[in-house]
Write a protein that binds this ligand. Structure first.
Ligand code: G3I
Length: 476
């Protein structure tokens, strides 16, 4: 068939095998819709610019369309919620909770006990005074958790209490110095007493280095075993996962496989693993190429694979939406998120989108739900029992029938020629099964030849206006 602009009646090519009819042509798929299909949460912070009103309108539109879980970048930390002793400030947190509930999103509370962003009055008045510090921390937790009881689905009860340099507690902490490590146990008990339905996490970074006892994750694992044995009500570990692109930044310290090994150990303890602050940055000041961005997309997908594949992992939260408003500059890193400075999706967005579109949950795998019913999402098992029969014979018929039923945008194939119906200047993108782009064309108003695409399995995505269509194909 020629590549001229012809639309009508192209029959699905016999050389083409359409797989996964249930996945084909799912218009308007988003990270959120696919996360919910796979019974996981994908989210991003509401960053501080959102609270101060300094963002373009489409930031929030993207956020609520693409994500089903949210956390405040700074606005629910100790210094924001109790800036002066006994004076509590819930305004920003209330705004975020209202936004989340209005958009059916799960809510993370971050963070109750942390060495950083503690208001000055705590140290100035109570440094080294154990009983006073216990009273202050208990009161803070009871007031803040009590204010949002039943509205915050999970809390970072304790954040970053482990030293970065050797397997021991972080000493530079007003809580550790004044109380000792038992402030952690108490914080979990106090939080659970106020809101027994909330999931309670210990949250930290650099947990992607493996679980040998000398590694941070190894030390943490030993503490989790002790907490669980002692009946401390911890239900989850948050891995912040602020990592760097290992090719351009030689401070490589972690890997998805290492984090997965932690997830597997935590599963034995019936503890969930959550990715809570993901960004994959490049060293500041270097030129980031297209292939760098595609490699970044592969790494984003490898971390997502943990959440999709490990039964006790359910959250993939990115510490920002757009590179333009990321904290990473402070860490001498750049471009660590999935949308660029102009809020356009990067290859990392495509990579995780395609992964979600073609993820087939292993049979009889149900996401581990070790805690209270989630107030914001219907619970479905990971095994999708609604998948239609995907044998080639039936699928082709269903696919053709489905194509025929679409009034607007639709796509047809013959050989290597893609024909797009009902589109104006559609954008066509083809990805391999690892999420790497292999072909793209813009302004397609009819047919386009998928030139240079070798034989194999692919995901085709056609975008026209606000409509996305995707389909799995095998080109022979
Ligand atoms: O609110 C003040 C503002 O009034 C003032 O004008 C401005 C200039 O000094 O500072 C503003 O406070 C800043 C705050 O972010 C809110 O924007 C602080 O200086 C700044 O240090 C703070 O940085 C935050 C950082 O935590 C603090 O440790 C980042 O935005 C935030 O992304 C980052 O998030 C942490 C997680 O909570 C825990 N895991 C690591 C992660 C990255 O550090």
């Amino acid at each position: 068939m020629s590549t001229k602009q012809t639309l009508a009646g192209v029959v699905l090519g016999t050389s083409l095998l359409c797989l996964g009819a249930a996945n084909a042509l799912a218009a308007d798929e988003t990270l959120r819709s696919l996360a919910e299909k796979n019974n996981i949460y994908i989210g991003a912070i509401l960053n501080s610019q959102w609270f101060s009103g300094g963002l373009p309108g489409n930031y929030e539109q993207i956020h609520k369309t693409q994500f089903n879980i949210v956390v405040a970048e700074n606005e629910m930390k100790f210094d924001a919620t109790e800036p002066n002793e006994g004076q509590f400030n819930y305004g920003n947190g209330d705004r975020m909770v209202k936004y989340a509930k209005a958009n059916g999103m799960r809510v993370r509370g971050h963070a109750l006990a942390w060495h950083s962003q503690v208001p000055g009055w705590v140290s100035q008045k109570y440094s080294g005074k154990k009983n006073e510090l216990l009273r202050v921390l208990k009161n803070h937790i009871e007031k803040v958790v009590g204010h949002w009881k039943g509205q915050i689905d999970e809390w970072d009860v304790v954040n970053e209490a482990i030293s970065n340099n050797e397997p021991m507690w972080r000493s530079q902490s007003v809580w550790y110095q004044g109380i000792g490590p038992e402030f952690i146990d108490s914080a979990f008990v106090w939080t659970h007493a106020v809101d027994p339905d909330a999931e309670l996490c210990y949250n930290d970074y650099n947990l992607e280095q493996g679980i040998n006892p000398k590694a941070k994750a190894g030390f943490l694992l030993e503490q989790v075993k002790r907490w669980v044995a002692n009946g401390i009500p911890i239900t989850c570990v948050g891995s912040q996962t602020h990592v760097e692109d290992t090719t351009t930044d030689k401070h490589f310290i972690g890997s998805p496989d290492s984090l997965r090994s932690l997830a597997k150990e935590l599963a034995k303890l019936n503890i969930k693993l959550k990715i809570t602050e993901l960004d994959i940055g490049f060293k500041s000041g270097i030129n980031v190429s297209k292939s760098d961005l595609e490699r970044q997309g592969k790494t984003f997908r490898e971390y997502l694979d943990i959440i999709l594949e490990e039964p006790n992992a359910d959250t993939y939260l990115i510490w920002g939406v757009s590179d333009k408003w990321s904290w990473l500059g402070g860490l001498n890193r750049q471009k660590g998120l999935i949308y660029d400075d102009n809020l356009k999706p990067k290859p990392a967005f495509d990579s995780i989108m395609v992964r979600l579109q073609n993820f087939e949950p292993p049979q009889d795998t149900t996401k581990q739900d070790t805690t209270a019913t989630d107030t914001t999402k219907t619970d479905t098992t990971k095994t999708d029992t609604t998948k239609t029969d995907t044998t080639a014979q039936d699928t082709s018929k269903q696919a053709i029938a489905h194509l025929g039923s679409l009034e607007a945008l639709s796509m047809h194939f013959a050989g290597r020629t893609l024909s797009v119906t009902g589109a104006v200047a559609a954008k066509v993108e083809v990805f391999d099964m690892q999420g790497r782009p292999v072909f793209s064309a813009k302004g397609v108003n009819g047919s386009v030849e998928l030139k240079g695409v070798s034989e194999g399995l692919y995901i085709v995505r056609v975008r026209s206006g606000s409509t996305n269509l995707t389909q799995k194909i095998a080109i022979k």
